[in-house]
Design a protein around this ligand. Structure first.
Ligand SMILES: Cc1cc2nc3c(=O)[nH]c(=O)nc-3n(C[C@H](O)[C@H](O)[C@H](O)COP(=O)(O)OP(=O)(O)OC[C@H]3O[C@@H](n4cnc5c(N)ncnc54)[C@H](O)[C@@H]3O)c2cc1C
Length: 305
């Protein structure tokens, strides 16, 4: 990072490591880092507007469960959004739960169960925040955000707070209108879910089943979940296994023995460069042997050679 005079009045740190904020525990430093936890919206919006005014690129990280940050880190401002508030009630003729974007998705799922709202059980084992899930259309066990999201509030450059209905988010498999926007000048602030009432015990039973399935089929430890999207009519994990890459290792990053679509970080000396090399190697090998191009489900951020 070159020497810079910080334009921020708020508590924005300079040249800070990001690895601890990602599920893979990898990646370099942020030029500027703002951690929003018990932070008022006004303060977050001020930080965003200052960055935008000075043409400083902004990257928002929720739980860091779906991003690979390069070893060179992220230029500009990174905001870690962990602002977590939940509310529920009956409005607009339905049972609703609302969550600020920094709320842990599993916390939201438990909250829904405790208050007798069904529909979010699928998210019980999905790490990350509500904001990341809104952007990615996170999903599991045959359901995803598009099934239960009502609307999301998104703060946008030059437009302020905008309400997006679930239709306007244009959800598809692990994708949304926000995920691949060229102009990244936005931040999800809040999501509201339209749910139905059910017996909390029944909801808990479904959550227990999903948790047990996850424990049986997915590896523990540092990973980014599924690296590749499942191609039409097939599974990325099955394809990777079929080309003999289960257990394949580059440096200290390994194709998991438990689930071949997971790449696990084995030690603290593993690097994002090794992680990315293994991703490229898997893509190349699967393509050469099957003709299928595996598409990334995770997002790769920061500076790469
Ligand atoms: C062990 C493991 C299991 C997983 N299993 C699943 C699964 O079953 N199903 C599934 O769908 N995913 C799964 N994932 C991936 C991950 O949990 C989801 O993609 C999750 O929704 C990511 O949320 P996050 O807050 O961590 O997002 P991040 O990884 O922090 O960010 C993802 C994207 O969202 C953007 N973003 C995040 N918050 C905001 C915001 N407030 N405003 C604007 N942009 C924002 C980021 O800039 C980035 O583009 C798994 C991951 C792991 C590690």
């Amino acid at each position: 990072m070159c020497a810079m005079t910080s334009p921020f009045k708020q508590n924005v740190q300079v040249n800070q490591p990001l690895a601890r904020y990602t599920a893979a525990r990898l990646g370099g430093n942020a030029d500027y880092l703002f951690i929003a936890r018990d932070t008022e919206w006004l303060e977050i919006v001020e930080v965003l507007n200052t960055a935008w005014k000075h043409n400083i690129p902004v990257t928002i990280i929720g739980g860091g469960a779906n991003i690979l940050i390069s070893d060179k880190g992220i230029r500009g401002l990174t905001i870690i959004n962990r602002v977590s508030e939940l509310d529920h009630g009956n409005w607009e003729n339905s049972s609703n739960v609302s969550a600020t974007a920094g709320t842990n998705l599993i916390r939201l799922t438990r909250y829904c169960q405790e208050h007798g709202y069904k529909g979010m059980e699928w998210a019980i084992g999905v790490p990350g925040t509500v904001g990341g899930a809104v952007v990615n259309n996170a999903g599991a066990h045959g359901a995803d955000m598009s099934d239960s999201l009502f609307h999301a509030v998104v703060y946008e450059h030059g437009r302020g707070a905008q309400l997006y209905t679930v239709e306007e988010l244009n959800y598809a498999y692990r994708s949304s209108v926000l995920k691949f926007r060229d102009n990244k000048r936005f931040m999800v602030l809040l999501a509201t879910f339209k749910l139905e009432q059910d017996d909390p015990t029944m909801i808990q039973e479904r959550m227990d089943e999903f948790n047990a399935y996850r424990k049986r089929t997915q590896p523990p430890g540092a990973s980014l979940g599924s690296i590749f999207k499942n191609p039409d009519g097939d599974y990325a994990g099955r394809l990777i296994e079929s080309v003999g890459l289960k257990g394949h290792q580059i440096g200290d990053v390994q194709v998991s023995h438990v689930h071949a679509n997971f790449l696990v970080t084995l030690s603290e000396v593993a690097s994002a460069t090794q992680y990315y090399e293994l991703i490229r190697h898997v893509q190349k090998t699967v393509y050469e042997q099957t003709g299928i191009e595996l598409e990334l489900e995770i997002q790769v951020l920061g500076e790469w050679d």
